[in-house]
Design a protein around this ligand. Sequence first.
Ligand code: SAM
Length: 252
Amino acid sequence: MPWNPDQYHKFQSQRAAPFEDLLRMIAVRPNLRVIDLGCGTGELSARLADALPESDVLGVDSSAQMLAKAQPHARPGLRFEQADLAEVEGEWDLVFSHAAIQWVDDHAALIPHLWRLVAPGGQIAIQQPANHHHPSHVFARDLAAEAPFRTALNGWVRIPPVLPMDRYAQMLFDLGAEDMIVLEKIYPHVLEDADSIAEWTSGTLLVPYFERLGDLRDNFMAAYRARLREAFPGSPVFYPFRRMLFAAHRSR
Ligand SMILES: C[S@@+](CC[C@H](N)C(=O)[O-])C[C@H]1O[C@@H](n2cnc3c(N)ncnc32)[C@H](O)[C@@H]1O
């Protein structure tokens, strides 16, 4: 997918809060081998490396554009590689992922795969958006199913792979996880207006639509903005963003 790091970055400060929450769910020990799956532009991987003394952090991402922004953050104890997070192999003391696994389908297969990457005595810590019921997401799916976009998209609509949170708890339990924490939290954002929501989602949710829409991209964006303006006419606009966080340990 053609990620746009600059667009994604516009709301970086709003993404700091869930990252800090996830960080607090990690048992910090020195000398951890860490993998940050879907590391994006690398700022948060650097923050992760800062928080884990003497750790060796590998950030992986499938996007060359995002990795190009990440590379300047590389330093001893922090490196970046291009890889599909669903295909990564190896053994890690901390398998970490922030706002990335929602881009990978089939979580019933993905979670056991990620668990296999956790070394004995290691831990997993994942955050993913679970905001797909919000109008900002629903409108994108609705428009994609309407003319003329439906034809341009060949009927494709992005179906979020995120499962109800008790499914993640069950999968972790079945995998033998210990000290499990699974929670959802609303991050309350106050944005200037409806267009600010469109600005936000155009760096994330809408990216795969843009990739497929070709010349209709601007029309789609205009129709999407119009729906958001109708639903959120005032200023400021409250944008409650639901996210799921889970962490667990593997026995030795
Ligand atoms: C919303 S960004 C999150 C970036 C960073 N972790 C953060 O929180 O700022 C999602 C990232 O996941 C990456 N991504 C999506 N699918 C992926 C996959 N299958 N394998 C690796 N990275 C993937 C994207 O390229 C993008 O950089």
